[in-house]
Every structure is written in structure tokens, then in C-alpha cells.
Ligand binder design. Structure first.
Ligand code: ARG
Ligand code: GLU
Length: 730
């Protein structure tokens, strides 16, 4: 075969890969110049990489903040105003909500800065600079080292590097591993702890469609809220204090009034949390056939039970709304993930990729480390061995820490008695203090009746679906005195435990530590969790942890190997809550055969979904009036000769959890929208991005302005912002 003939199939393999993959990638902003600038400009971007990330002058990155460490927000005025999602600001909004001032229900707007509300737990973190410190951190690391030896050298190097970091006293330094520990980057940042609530729409706008619409397109959620960063008189971080002044930011994003169209360039800048794009086929198979299905099945059961009660009883509906939403959020995402992985043949693609990897090792003239040859087969073996342990581990955590609330509380009681056993009365009282606050909120939203049914159903699944050796004998035989009936066991358990009853727990907590500990240790729920935990810790955890450590070691080598072998491929590191840029286009997609989704939704479509009084699809009267009167201000666009207000739009930007609140930015650096979700068919982008069906969902910036201006009448906030017409050249 001539050289050309050998290369051709490889070339075709990569062309097809790249064609589908455009849009894929969560790139480090300081590396855009080297890796992405040309690509981005070809796609229509008019900026340079230096305008996105610069150490020396204000750039887009100076308008992006990590919001509380769990979401993203962006600066949109010269007075430190920031924009994030409603679901990111949710707990802050909830904190300030009372029965009289129900900001969750009615919204909140501070049109005067003195009405803005402080949030002691929030912070906004800017990234000052990102440096490659790989050489420093891996100095002295040898390939023969054990994992522990390696980690201890790295930890020492990190400490030394942090001490030596070139930074101001008010700045922070953080060093994180990338590419499975093959590279290290240092982040110099500055965090502002005075972040005040400025505005939030009512939940009927900010959470419109709630769980039914979550992860779905078409979408009509106005998922935004406004905050403001305050600094001391010198612009430096300061604890929340009335004397602080609005931050004068290095950069704030102008907001485009020109809207988006199919094919427009877009980028999303933010702090994505966690992805796994370089897994072996065996790992993906385990997710598809073992761990996701287990978690889905368990939550399926518990959600159905809770839903039944919520539909029948208004009080339970209120109590369980938020818990239901967060359990359902993961459940629905994993269902979409498995379907998406199947639909895009992720496994087949991974296997082809691995076969090609092994083939290149054999045929290449380059000398690769010997261990590369066995990587894939070793990963396959470890995952095969791990499967039953992974199943048991997922059952354990879903049942005991997530879905059965009694077992969660019993687990906390166990920590309380541990605190006593280890540190006596002082330890007990310390942990009791923290627990009391938690339980206060817990019992407010707790129904033992609901939980008892969940217990019965999930314990039955636990015993039935796990291999007998992973279930303790006590649990296996627990129903024997109850006619082998899980409901009867549950009834007896919930009747005799004290942990379902706030007053009974308070009574225990009022006793002297010794007596309280004795009472807790007598409780049947306590004895059950002790039994389940100790069986798990002796039979599952040791092997499971050992295998996971083995996977980590192999993945570090496999990651480097992929980069050594696939030199024709551009690699981006998995998300790890550090700052990233992702870019794509505004585009719709085809979710299934013969179904085409357009890229944008409008206010009239939202009104069409309106169900008066419904807890997901109700709408405020004022919004209905604005729509009826076509009172749109400058925030509408012409569609077939008619004026319409855009609400949400889609793009092929590669995002994940943590990108909530990230700005969608146009070709010239203006804000066009606010990221808040992905489409259901594409949630597998955390494992296998596929341009054909992976889309992120954004609120249109004009809808946000429309709500602030026309709905809330908070024109003073609009005046702070810089509104621009980039498409009209203004
Ligand atoms: N799916 C989005 C995310 O993962 C939104 C979640 C909040 N909304 C909800 N209905 N639970 O965070
Ligand atoms: N809603 C998610 C978040 O809170 C973003 C959606 C996603 O997972 O992409 O971060």
C-alpha cells in the first residue's frame, strides 16, 4: 500500500469525526490564541483571542464571574450589575422571601441601590490570570512511583508553588490538575464577598414550565436574576457592609438589541463543572448499562410515589416541590443521556477510536511507552470487575443518602454519635448545633407518610436487585417477621423510630449527651443504617475504591497516550469548574425522524402554554396584558410581518452544569443571551458531544430587557446598561 492509501481511511475517519464535532470543546481562555482563534474567526467571530482573554488589558474574561462557586454570572454595567439565572439566585431570593414579601412568587426589583439585599453566603470571583505550572508541579515525579508517592510529591510542589505565586495580597491562588493530572494550571483570582440581590422576576416567569419543561425544547423560561457586586472605596474586596460602593469593573458586556439568526456565531463563557469526554468504551458501557439505569430506576420509583402524594395533597406539594425538582433534574438528565448515547452510537464510536488507537501504536514509527499497548484491555478488565461494585455503590448512595429521607437522617445521627464517641460532650454539642439548624428545615418539608412508602419500595429494590453478598444478612431477612412484606416492615419501622418526629428528636437533643446518645443508639432506623453502612464498608467499599484508584491511574496514562497518538486531534481538558470558552452557532436541530426544531421561541408561544393557577404554567396578569396589547417596547422582532418578543434560543455550544448563568456572546463581544439548560436529547454531551443533537438553551437578552423594562418598570436598571445594535453597525 502506498502512504496515501494508508492515510486515506484515517483521514476519512477524522473528517467525519470533525464534521460532527464542530462546536465540541470547553477551551481554556488563555490557549484560544494557539488552538482556536482561526477556527472561531472562520465561523464568523470578529474578535481576536486577545480581546477575549488578556492579562494586560481589559478583555471579555474580566466581565465573567464564578457566582457562589456553583454558577456563572456576567457584568452588564459599569456599576457592577451582574446577570445570572433565576435558578442560580433561587436560594438568595428564597432567603429574603417572607409571607408578606413573597419575592419568589411576586418577583423583586430594587430600583434604588439602597433597596438591594445583602447575601452573606454569596461571592463573585473574577479570574485575573491563568498560568501553566505543569513543570513546577510534576518536578520530581517519576513514572515508577506509586499513586501515593506521586501524590505526595505533587502536593508538596503545589504548596510551594502557591507560596511562590506572584499575586497581590487580596488575590487568591488555586492550582488544579487538567487532562487527568498530566498538566497543571494556576488560577489567580479575586473574590468579592458583597454581592446584593437587585432583581428577580416572579417564579411564573423565572421558572416557567418548571419540571415539565426542564431539559426540554421548545422552552419559554425567563430564567434570570440580577445582582450587584460591591467593593470598598478602592475597588478591593470587602465583607458585606453598607459603606461599600458598587464595583467599577474592568469590563462590562454591552447588550445587543439585534437578536440572533440561524447560523450566527455564538460563544459561551463560564465555569462548567464536570465532564468525562475521554472515557474508555468499557466505562461508557458501564454508565449506559449499569450506573445510569440503576439511578434512573430508583428515582423513577421514588418520584412516582412522591408525585402521587403531591397531586393529592396541596401541603405535600409545597413541601416536596424543591426536593422533587432536584431529584427529577438528575433523573431526567440521565434518561436523556442514555438515549442520546444509544442514538449516536457512542459505544461503537468509542470502540472504533480504541481500535484505531491500538492500530496506530502498532504501525507508527514513533516509539511509545510499552504500557500504552495494554491500556484498553486493562481498562476493559477493571471495568468488568467493577460493575457489581459500581451497582452496589450507586444503590447505596441513592437509597441511603438521597431518596429515603429517614435513612439520611439516621446517617446524620450516626455522625452525631461518632462525634460523641470521638470527642465526647464537646464533639456531640458541636455537631448537634449544626444538625439542629439542618433538621429545622428538614422537618418543615417532611412527610413521614410519603417517606414510608419510598422506604418500602426502595428497600425492596435494594434487596431484589443487588447480588445477595452485597446486602447484609439483617437487611435480607428484615421482612421475615412481617410476612415478607416490605410495606409491613416499613410500617413497623416508621412507627417505632423517633427520627420521623421533630418533637421526639428535640426531646432527645434536650437530654444530656450520654443519655441522648443512648436513646439514639436504640432507634431501629439508627441500627439499620449502622448495619447497612458497615456491610457496605466491609464488602463493597474496599474493592470499589481500589478499582477506582486503578482506573484513575490508567486514565492518566490513557489521556497522555491519546494526546501522543492522535497528534492530528485538538484536545480540550474535561470540565473541572475552571473558566472555559465554548463556541458554536445559533442553530435548531432534528430530535427524531421527521421532526425539526427551530432555534427560537416567542412570547405568544409562552402564552399558548398558559394554564391559569397551575404551579408550572401560570403567568402573571401583567405579562398577559403586555402580550395582548402588543406592548413590546424595542424588544420585539419582525416575524412574517408581525411583531413578536423572542424568549429563548438554541445553539451548538458545548456546555454543562455550572454553565448556568453564562453569557451567550455574539461575534463582536456583545451579550445576546443567558445560558441556562441543554436539550434532553443532547445531555450525553458530558460524555460524547455530537453536533447533530447537542444544543444549549439560552434566554434571549431582549426578553430579559423586556421583563425588566416593560414588565417590572425598572427602567433605571436599563439605563445603567449599554444597549447596542451590532448588526446595524451601531
Ligand atoms: N436543567 C437545568 C440545570 O441542570 C435547570 C435546573 C433547574 N430547574 C428545574 N426545574 N429543576 O440546572
Ligand atoms: N441547568 C444547568 C446548570 O445549572 C445547566 C444546564 C446543563 O447542565 O448544561 O448549570
Amino acid at each position: 500500500m502506498t502512504k496515501r492509501n494508508i492515510l486515506l481511511p484515517i483521514l476519512i475517519f477524522f473528517l467525519s469525526l470533525n464534521g460532527l464535532r464542530a462546536g465540541e470543546g470547553m477551551w481554556l481562555p488563555q490557549l484560544l490564541q494557539a488552538l482556536n482563534e482561526g477556527d472561531m474567526q472562520t465561523m464568523g467571530m470578529k474578535l481576536t483571542a486577545e480581546q477575549i482573554y488578556s492579562v494586560n488589558q481589559g478583555s471579555l474574561k474580566d466581565a465573567i464571574v464564578h457566582f457562589g462557586g456553583f454558577c456563572t454570572a456576567e457584568v452588564i454595567s459599569k456599576e457592577g450589575l451582574i446577570l445570572t439565572n433565576h435558578h442560580c439566585g433561587f436560594s438568595a431570593i428564597q432567603e429574603h422571601t417572607t409571607l408578606e414579601d413573597n419575592y419568589l412568587r411576586d418577583g423583586f426589583w430594587a430600583t434604588d441601590k439602597k433597596d438591594e439585599k445583602m447575601n452573606p453566603d454569596l461571592f463573585a470571583k473574577f479570574i485575573v490570570r491563568i498560568d501553566d505550572v505543569t513543570d513546577m508541579i510534576l518536578k520530581g515525579v517519576k513514572s515508577k512511583m506509586t499513586k501515593e508517592e506521586r501524590q505526595s510529591v505533587i502536593d508538596k510542589n503545589i504548596q510551594a508553588a502557591q507560596k511562590a505565586a506572584n499575586k497581590e495580597s487580596y488575590q487568591d491562588v488555586e492550582i488544579k490538575p487538567f487532562f487527568k493530572g498530566n498538566q497543571y494550571f494556576q488560577f489567580i483570582s479575586v473574590s468579592y464577598p458583597d454581592v446584593r440581590l437587585v432583581g428577580a422576576p416572579p417564579s411564573s416567569i423565572g421558572k416557567f414550565g418548571a419540571d415539565t419543561d426542564n431539559w426540554e425544547w421548545p422552552r419559554h423560561t425567563g430564567d434570570f436574576s440580577l445582582f450587584r457586586i460591591y467593593s470598598d472605596a478602592n475597588g478591593l474586596p470587602a465583607q458585606p457592609n453598607a459603606k461599600n460602593i458598587p464595583l467599577k469593573p474592568k469590563h462590562s458586556l454591552p447588550i445587543s438589541l439585534d437578536g440572533v439568526e440561524e447560523g450566527d456565531f455564538s460563544m459561551v463563557f463560564g465555569f462548567p463543572g464536570r465532564t468525562n469526554e475521554y472515557l474508555s468504551a468499557s466505562a461508557v458501557e458501564q454508565i449506559m448499562t449499569v450506573t445510569d439505569p440503576a439511578r434512573i430506576a430508583i428515582r423513577d420509583k421514588s418520584l412516582k410515589i412522591i408525585d402521587g402524594y403531591m397531586r393529592a395533597d396541596e401541603a405535600i406539594k409545597i413541601k416536596y416541590a424543591s426536593k422533587f425538582a432536584s431529584t427529577a433534574n438528575g433523573w431526567k438528565k440521565w434518561i436523556g443521556e442514555v438515549q442520546g448515547l444509544e442514538k449516536t452510537n457512542a459505544l461503537g464510536k468509542k470502540r472504533a477510536y480504541e481500535a484505531e488507537f491500538n492500530k496506530r501504536l502498532k504501525t507508527s514509527k514513533k516509539k511509545f511507552p510499552k504500557e500504552y499497548k495494554t491500556l484498553i484491555s486493562e481498562l476493559d478488565n477493571v471495568y468488568a470487575e467493577m460493575a457489581p461494585y459500581a451497582l452496589a455503590a450507586n444503590y447505596q448512595s441513592e437509597v441511603t443518602s438521597r431518596n429515603v429521607e429517614l435513612l439520611r437522617v439516621a446517617g446524620l445521627m450516626k455522625r452525631l454519635t461518632d462525634a460523641f464517641d470521638n470527642n465526647g460532650a464537646a464533639g456531640f454539642n458541636g455537631f448537634k448545633g449544626r444538625l439542629t439548624g439542618y433538621l429545622e428545615g428538614f422537618y418543615k418539608d417532611y412527610s413521614p407518610m410519603v417517606d414510608q412508602d419510598v422506604f418500602a419500595a426502595l428497600m425492596e429494590m435494594y434487596v431484589t436487585n443487588l447480588d445477595a453478598k452485597y446486602v447484609s444478612e439483617t437487611v435480607r431477612k428484615a421482612t421475615m417477621p412481617h410476612d415478607n412484606d416490605y410495606s409491613k416492615w416499613a410500617a413497623s419501622m416508621y412507627k417505632s423510630t423517633k427520627f420521623t418526629d421533630k418533637a421526639a428528636v428535640e426531646k432527645i437533643f434536650s437530654m444530656k449527651p450520654e443519655a441522648a446518645v443512648a436513646a439514639i443508639k436504640e432507634d431501629p432506623a439508627y441500627q439499620l443504617i449502622i448495619d447497612m453502612q458497615s456491610h457496605y464498608n466491609s464488602v463493597v467499599a474496599p474493592t470499589y475504591d481500589k478499582l477506582q484508584t486503578r482506573v484513575e491511574d490508567l486514565m492518566r496514562v490513557y489521556m497522555q497516550a491519546q494526546m501522543d497518538v492522535y497528534t492530528d486531534k485538538k484536545f480540550f481538558p474535561d470540565a473541572n469548574s475552571t473558566m472555559r470558552v465554548t463556541y458554536g452557532k445559533i442553530e435548531g436541530y432534528e430530535p427524531r425522524d421527521a421532526v425539526i426544531y427551530k432555534n427560537k421561541t416567542y412570547l405568544d408561544g409562552m402564552v399558548a402554554k398558559y394554564v391559569p393557577g397551575d404551579y408550572e404554567f401560570d403567568l402573571p396578569k401583567k405579562l398577559l396584558e403586555l402580550e395582548a396589547n402588543k406592548d413590546y417596547g424595542v424588544y420585539s422582532e419582525t416575524v412574517n410581518g408581525e411583531q413578536k418578543v423572542p424568549v429563548c434560543f438554541l445553539g451548538s455550544n458545548h456546555t454543562t452544569g455550572g454553565n448556568s448563568g453564562s453569557p451567550a456572546i455574539d461575534a463582536s463581544g456583545n451579550l445576546i443571551g443567558l445560558n441556562f439548560d441543554r436539550v434532553w436529547e443532547g445531555t450525553m454531551s458530558d460524555i460524547n458531544y455530537d453536533r447533530r443533537i447537542c444544543r444549549n438553551i439560552m434566554v434571549d437578552a431582549r426578553y430579559i430587557l423586556f421583563i425588566i423594562d416593560k414588565y417590572a418598570g425598572a427602567g433605571s436598571l436599563i439605563e445603567e446598561m449599554e444597549l447596542v445594535h451590532p448588526k446595524k453597525g451601531k
